[in-house]
Design a protein around this ligand. Sequence first.
Ligand code: DI6
Ligand code: FE
Length: 402
Amino acid sequence: MTGKTVLHGAKIATLASQQTPYGLIEDGAIVMSGEQIDWVGSKANLPKEYSTIDAQDLGGRLVTPGLIDCHTHIVFGGDRAQEFEMRLNEAGYEEIARAGGGINATVRATRDASLDQLIEAALPRVDALIAEGLTTMEIKSGYGLECETELNMLRAAREIGKRRQVSVYTTYLGAHATPPEYKGRDDTYIDEVVIPTLRAAHEEGLVDAVDGFCEGIAFQPGQIARVFDTAKSLELPVKLHAEQLSNLGGAKLAAASGALSADHIEYLDEEGVAAMAQAGTTGVILPGAFYTLRETQQPPVDLLRKYQVPMALATDCNPGSSPMTSLLLTMNMGCTLFRMTPEETLEGVTRNAARALGLINRGVIAAGQRADLAIWDVVHPAELSYRIGFNPLHKRIYGGLA
Ligand code: DI6
Ligand code: FE
């Protein structure tokens, strides 16, 4: 039989069935055909038709779905290390702002960067994620805040998906912040920049989804709703940065708009959770930003469980609130900071991350799914979130290719 590969001697965390924790198959085998998984199960049940194929013995290693980072701002110019240092030397907020710090510093550096510079700066960060078994990631715009730079960020994101073996899903985040030239004129910025740029980006095929930052320091629900209306008219899915620093009812708005996800959600209340449950909106939890900002308000993990809202986990990789490029560390933080279980964190970076991106062909190990796999030198899946700063990846398989 040609074009097929059999992996055996594997402990497989399929994440596909609830019958065993992690959907675990102890002495498992996986048959891949081209980019797809053909068959998965106990080696003892491997169908005869596959038994003549040369099999690769994984020596008892753990296999999980390839990891998915469903929320990143990984394309940006410059960095904010100096600002980080100033803050730790007790510089005041004003002093940092006067020194040109904060999100506007990143906007300036991003506007000043060429397309190629944006790509080159992002690739080492993307490579760090890939080195931990990443096979799919989302990348947002939102540091251009003017048409051409927003388009460039999205072009950079698409190009990253060509230069690396990783599937990239792009999200337009023009409604991230109001740029200095529109200070005090948020509505005008939405009308003159956010909406026209969304149309231009869509025209160029650069947008897979539309996001916004619904917050006191960013945009009000009514303003986000106008951006979502345009997204809807272009048949693009929406998601929202909601309830990160306060509760403006962003998750309810997201749910009412049929959003794929509501992200951050530290200040989410029960009404918001119920609305998300009803709409099938995934909750994306971002411990890196919580940690970096030294937040104390925890996302309502118990309520999300109670209402069976799927929880995803992501790095939120960005130069300000989460300069993090490790999904394994994100999983550890999900457990230690938010008391998520190791199984929930693994679901959060696989099955539920796929759900947060609206992808039905990945995130679990099952027949018909993409053959995106991570093979680990660990005995039990809990090790992935238990260890801190250790990368046990043995090998990654992307679309059936090692
Ligand atoms: N939430 C955040 O924490 C970041 N963006 C967002 O919507 C902050 C972005 C930055 O400081 O660069
Ligand atoms: Fe974010």
